[in-house]
Design a protein around this ligand. Structure first.
Ligand code: ADP
Ligand code: MG
Length: 230
């Protein structure tokens, strides 16, 4: 699904957010990215999601060498194959839940009525079939995040990337959001979640730990190593 090779990312001012990361994530995995603040987690997720291009190194997604794709092709890949969820939801204020989700399907070229039908189905899927006509300010934090997840998955992406999706939520709402991400994973979506929450990370099948722009631990390697020595 995704392969990063020797990826570095330098920001102006000499900040090295990624210092040489190699990572493979297979189709259908559910992976936690953990590490202290400033360790490069968000930068890595943005590179995984093609929101940001690396300074050096290569990124392959779905067999495409992202660095070789022109911007238009890259946007198309991102729109059709990747869904994003952020800590602070990123919903449009003053816009109904159903339209927030339907607007995420603009790239599809589907007619507005069809986009709204798919949006309603996605909101049903996240348990918000009764909140279609609510604006973000009329929803709880947990409900807003579920709208954001509905928007991310309405186009049925193969890959879902979530940057601290429970970071702004109380623990009960956070548990609801994690249960939803698990369901999407069970249905076949590859899911990558950045989290500060040790308990959440420990509950996921694979943990990748970052520090100072490097992957310093990856439980997938531990497993592979254990299997190799058996
Ligand atoms: P994390 O998500 O683990 O907290 P980030 O990936 O956001 O870490 O940041 C990694 C490092 O890169 C930090 O030192 C941060 O200050 C820096 N950084 C992140 N984004 C930018 C940017 N747009 N411009 C300059 N420096 C940045
Ligand atoms: Mg971050």
């Amino acid at each position: 699904m995704i392969t990063l090779r020797d990826v570095t990312k330098e920001y102006s001012g000499g900040v090295r957010a990624l210092a040489g990361v190699s990572l493979h994530i297979g189709a259908g995995e559910l992976v936690a990215i953990v590490g202290p603040s400033g360790s490069g987690k968000s930068t890595m997720l943005n590179v995984l999601g093609t929101l940001d291009r690396p300074t050096a190194g290569t990124v392959h997604i779905d067999g495409h060498d992202v660095g070789r794709l022109p911007d238009a092709k890259l946007s198309a890949l991102r729109a059709t194959r990747i869904g994003f969820v952020f800590q602070h939801f990123h919903l449009a204020a003053g816009t109904l839940a159903i339209d927030n989700v339907a607007d995420g399907l603009l790239y599809t070229g589907l007619r507005p009525a069809v986009r709204r039908r798919k949006a309603a189905a996605a909101l049903e899927r996240v348990g918000l079939g009764h909140r279609l006509d609510h604006e973000p300010h009329e929803l709880s934090g947990g409900e807003r995040q579920r709208v954001a997840i509905a928007r991310a998955v309405a186009g049925e992406p193969a890959l879902l990337l979530a940057d601290e999706p429970t970071g702004a939520l109380d623990s009960a709402s956070g548990d609801g959001v994690m249960a939803l991400l698990r369901e999407l994973h069970d249905a076949g979506t590859t899911v990558v979640v950045i989290t500060h929450d040790r308990e959440i990370a420990a509950g996921l099948p694979r943990q990748v730990r970052m520090r100072d722009g490097l992957v310093v631990d990856d439980t997938a390697h531990d497993t592979a190593l254990a299997e190799a020595t058996l």
